[in-house]
Every structure is written in structure tokens, then in C-alpha cells.
Design a protein around this ligand. Structure first.
Ligand code: ADP
Length: 256
């Protein structure tokens, strides 16, 4: 990107002009690169204290195993869940930074997708105890994918289902095989999304701007990242939603 083009440059031979717009685009690009580097650096720095905190909590939980102090045990479980939540956010930012600089890598292993869904739901039973999260008929099924990144996709869809639906409502996760793909669905009975916003929902930093969402925190990167991860795997991601009634987010992964 050429940064120095600030004036109109005349190409006399062809009668064309190179305009200042070019400089504007490169400035914008440079800003994005700087912002991206900054996000990557901050996220990386935050990881170190968080890893120590996580280790301290784990050791405390081991020491508390035979203790009858239920209050402390429950406090540690909650602290651990919050540290995991924070790690997921930081990993999200690290992945955004990697994605923008073309360094996001997918490390595939073979694993049972049903097991991963069940594990992820279990994590939410601590962080979102008010909601009832159910797992529909879903037999064990081996897929070849990046387990950690698919975990972050399921976790993000569940986290959104919790955030954008009333406390104590039900969230249902489904999985089915159709042709040569496995399709996962996360259904909530929350605020829903209108067609106009649905069209932009997988864009970077996009958040629905409404009375219902203004007090709910978020950065608008979860669905963007999820979509990119799914695409990297050769899958698809989409949604069905009705304002006021709820949403179902689906994504597919190819089966080898
Ligand atoms: P975040 O939730 O952190 O803002 P996401 O990228 O995960 O970022 O989601 C983007 C936006 O899409 C959210 O801000 C919200 O407006 C909307 N959204 C996502 N999931 C749901 C859902 N299940 N129900 C209603 N709105 C949703």
C-alpha cells in the first residue's frame, strides 16, 4: 500500500489520473494494521497473568477436594469458569489478529463431535446456571477438525443463545448427518434478529443496535470468527430467526 500519494498525479500519455483516494485507502489500511498489531500484543500480554491465575485456581481446587468447605469449593468453581470465559475472549482477539495477518492455522485431529458438544454444554452449566441447555438426539460421530476452534464456535453460539434470551429459558443443541456433512444447530427462544440485521450478522464488529441489546456487553467478533473458522474447515454457517421468538444458528462440517 502506497502511503505517500497525497496529490493528483496526471498520467499525460493516457490522460488518466491517480487520485488522493488511493492515499486514503492506504492510510486506513495502515490504521487497521496498527490496530490489529495492538490487539494481538495486548491479548498476548493478558494471557500470561491469566494462565497463572488459572493454575492457582486449579491447585486450590485440588487442595480443596477433601475439604468440607462448600462455600470455598463453589467459589473456586465459579472463579474457574470466569477465568475460562476470559481466556475465551482473549483467544478470540488473538484469533482475530491472526486471521487479519493471515496467520490463523487449523490443526485437525480426529474426535467425536457429540463428546465435544456435551463437554461445552457442561461448561455452561456453571457459567449460565439459569438456562436449561439440552442436547437432542445426536449419536457419536467422528470428524476431522480443529477441536479447540470448533469448541470456540459451539461455545460462542451457546454464549449468544444465553445472552440474548430470557433467564431460565431453554436452549436446544442438535446435530444430524445430512449427505456428507454433519449439521449442528443451537436454538434459543430469545429476542430474535430481523432480516436486515441477519444479513450483516457475520460481519466483523457488527452488533444489532436496539433497545434490547444496548445493555448486553459484547464486541461483535464472535460470529465473525465463528464464520471464518467454519469456512476454513470447508463448512457453512447460517441462521433462521424471528424477532421476538428466537433464533437457530446452524453450522456444518464436512465428514471425510
Ligand atoms: P457479541 O455478542 O459479542 O456482540 P457476536 O459476533 O457473537 O458478538 O454477535 C453479533 C451480534 O449478533 C450480537 O451483538 C447480537 O446483536 C446478535 N446476536 C448474536 N447471536 C444472537 C442470538 N442468539 N439472538 C439474538 N441476537 C444475536
Amino acid at each position: 500500500w502506497v502511503r505517500s500519494v497525497g496529490k493528483f498525479v496526471e498520467d499525460k500519455k493516457n490522460g488518466n489520473y491517480i487520485t488522493g483516494v488511493m492515499a486514503d485507502i492506504s492510510e486506513q489500511k495502515m490504521d487497521e494494521i496498527r490496530k490489529n498489531d495492538f490487539i494481538g500484543m495486548v491479548s498476548h500480554e493478558l494471557k500470561t497473568p491469566l494462565t497463572s491465575l488459572s493454575a492457582i485456581i486449579q491447585i486450590s481446587q485440588i487442595k480443596l477436594k477433601n475439604s468440607s468447605d462448600e462455600f470455598l469449593a463453589s467459589a473456586m468453581a465459579k472463579a474457574s469458569a470466569q477465568v475460562k470465559r476470559m481466556s475465551a475472549m482473549i483467544n478470540g482477539f488473538l484469533n482475530i489478529s491472526r486471521l487479519e495477518s493471515g496467520k490463523l492455522s487449523i490443526e485437525k485431529t480426529s474426535f467425536d463431535i457429540r463428546e465435544l458438544i456435551a463437554e461445552t454444554i457442561e461448561e455452561f452449566e456453571i457459567t449460565a446456571p439459569g438456562h436449561r441447555i439440552t442436547l437432542g438426539d445426536c449419536g457419536s460421530l467422528m470428524v476431522s477438525a480443529d477441536r479447540e476452534k470448533i469448541h470456540s464456535v459451539i461455545s460462542n453460539l451457546l454464549s449468544n443463545a444465553v445472552k440474548y434470551s430470557p433467564a431460565a429459558s431453554e436452549i436446544n443443541v442438535t446435530c444430524s448427518v445430512q449427505g456428507n456433512e454433519v449439521i449442528l444447530g443451537v436454538k434459543d427462544s430469545g429476542i430474535g434478529i430481523n432480516a436486515l440485521d441477519s444479513a450483516k450478522i457475520f460481519e466483523r464488529y457488527f452488533r444489532v443496535d436496539s433497545n434490547q441489546t444496548q445493555n448486553i456487553s459484547g464486541f461483535g467478533i464472535g460470529l465473525y470468527l465463528s464464520a471464518e473458522v467454519v469456512k476454513y474447515h470447508g463448512g457453512r454457517i447460517w441462521l433462521e430467526s424471528e424477532p421476538g421468538r428466537g433464533s437457530v444458528f446452524y453450522f456444518s462440517l464436512p465428514i471425510n
